[in-house]
Design a protein around this ligand. Structure first.
Ligand code: NAP
Length: 449
């Protein structure tokens, strides 16, 4: 089995022709980062910040099931940590084994996902090794990235916007056999071309966060930002925030980036974001205690924004949730939009509804992206208009440590994880384009050097 995976790695690194890749034997099992059903109660009663992925994440071999006709097996060269890796590994807000059980009851193919282990991971770059009989647009040897929208296209509700599909799932979070492995199973409609000018690890970190921010900022399904609009971006150098900052700048908007250190503020400036708020230095305390918000602090944030950009923001890019939502609803302009995709600091939200209705604001939910949106977001990366925000690179064996860093808010941008790629820096097929864009591509990596 080791020799089979070595043969796959060698063929990819040596640029073997597609026919050779198609004929490589596929191992029956794969190395993977998993959590175990038998341990899902291990953190019961503990505070979120005390839960340590190093106790729950294991690297082990798991059996690979047969692929369905609309699926592909990919060799994962690199993958990434997302915040959903943190949620999965600390069993919050719920254990993901419930998702796998539900999927298991849906169909015979769904039953493959209901296992005593869960292979995590919702990003990957790699090479297609096998495709099912119904796959038309992809073939063995194709170099790909993977987006995480897992949709059953036989469901009529998936055909206006697949994110509205009643059985929409996030691959590697609500399904098994995710990207934190040497081999992974994906639906063919998750595949997208790998950017030629990027390394495997740079290519692997974009799809989840970049597509989410594209839908939130650019798409008509999100805030649909237009030129000259101002956008308050919480966590503006974080996983989704760093892509949101790029979209606002690219689209002729004015980002107001919130971060929590002078170093992150400097990084934002280097990205071209001039209006920056260091929330730690300003010491905002939106909650006086667990039950009472401080409207004076909302006012203080609003004044700070006006001092920076001269007016209230058109859009708030919201995801911290409980800690910030009251302020976010307050500071959006009359008629403005608060677009939210998460609640890292708590999902039971409180805001003053008078500011929402009297000022005709919109609070809009948003979640990942449909295939078209993810493909557009990936095209912008392929064309060098949006850049990866890779800041650190670890190995698959270090998945738990990498998840802990994200859990503790120690990371700017994204953490890449090497799976079959033996080292950083491999996989580039357009070195001229890379050379031209090198300062932007490596900005976050240099920041952490
Ligand atoms: P991340 O890389 O950890 O970045 C989040 C940023 O938020 C941090 O850099 C931090 O920036 C800021 N932040 C954290 N706690 C905060 C607080 N209490 N108040 C204000 N700012 C705070 O995570 P991410 O990948 O960007 O994901 C953020 C959230 O979105 C997670 O909950 C994730 O699960 C969710 N998400 C949802 C979707 C979806 O499709 N629905 C997709 C991607 C992510 P500073 O400390 O510098 O301010």
């Amino acid at each position: 089995m080791t020799s089979q995976i070595d043969a796959i790695r060698t063929a990819i690194l040596e640029g073997a022709p597609a026919e050779d890749i198609a004929n490589l034997p596929i191992p029956e099992s794969t190395r993977a980062a998993v959590i175990l059903a038998e341990e899902q109660e291990m953190f019961a009663g503990m505070a979120s910040e005390e839960k340590d992925p190093r106790q729950s994440v294991h690297i082990q071999d798991v059996a690979l099931p047969e692929i369905a006709p609309d699926e592909a097996v990919i060799a994962v060269m690199a993958t990434s940590i997302n915040f959903n890796t943190v949620w999965t590994s600390i069993f919050e807000p719920v254990s993901t084994f419930g998702f796998l059980k539900r999927l298991g009851k849906e169909s015979a193919w769904g039953a493959r996902h209901d296992q005593p282990f869960h292979v995590m991971g919702s990003d990957a770059s790699g090479v297609v090794l096998r495709v099912g009989s119904a796959v038309r647009n992809w073939k063995p040897g194709d170099r790909v990235t993977v987006h995480c929208n897992h949709v059953d296209d036989q469901d009529p509700t998936s055909h206006e916007d697949s994110m509205l599909s009643s059985n929409q799932r996030i691959w590697g979070f609500e399904t098994n056999f995710g990207g934190l492995a040497d081999l992974s199973i994906v639906k063919a409609n998750q595949l997208m071309p790998k950017p030629e000018h990027l390394t495997w690890e740079e290519s692997a970190v974009n799809a989840l966060c970049n597509s989410t921010s594209y839908r939130m900022i650019v798409s008509k399904n999100g805030a649909g930002m237009t030129q000259g609009q101002s956008v308050l971006i919480w966590g503006a150098t974080g996983g989704i925030g760093a892509y949101a900052t790029q979209y606002v700048l690219n689209g002729g908007g004015i980002p107001v980036g919130v971060v929590s250190s002078p170093e992150r503020a400097a990084l934002l400036n280097e990205m071209g974001c001039e209006a920056v708020i260091d929330r730690r230095a300003e010491d905002y305390k939106f909650w006086k205690d667990d039950n009472t918000q401080d409207q004076k602090e909302w006012l203080r944030l609003g004044k700070k924004i006006r001092s920076l950009v001269g007016r209230d923001v058109d859009i708030v890019f919201e995801h911290p949730g409980r800690q910030t939502m009251g302020a976010s609803v307050f500071v959006a302009k009359r008629g403005g939009t608060i677009i939210t995709c998460a609640a890292t600091s708590g999902f039971m939200i409180e805001y003053d509804n008078r500011y929402l209705w009297m000022n005709l604001k919109t609070l809009k939910g948003c979640h990942f992206a449909n295939y078209r949106e993810a493909y557009e977001a990936n095209r912008l990366v392929c064309e060098g208009k949006i850049h990866p925000t890779l800041s650190r690179v670890l190995t698959l064996e270090q998945t738990a440590e990498a998840a802990l860093m994200v859990h503790r808010n120690e990371v700017e941008g994204k953490v890449g994880v090497l799976a079959l790629a033996p080292a950083e820096g491999l996989g580039v097929t357009n070195p001229e384009m890379r050379e031209r864009l090198l300062p932007q591509i490596t900005l976050y990596r240099r920041f952490n050097a």
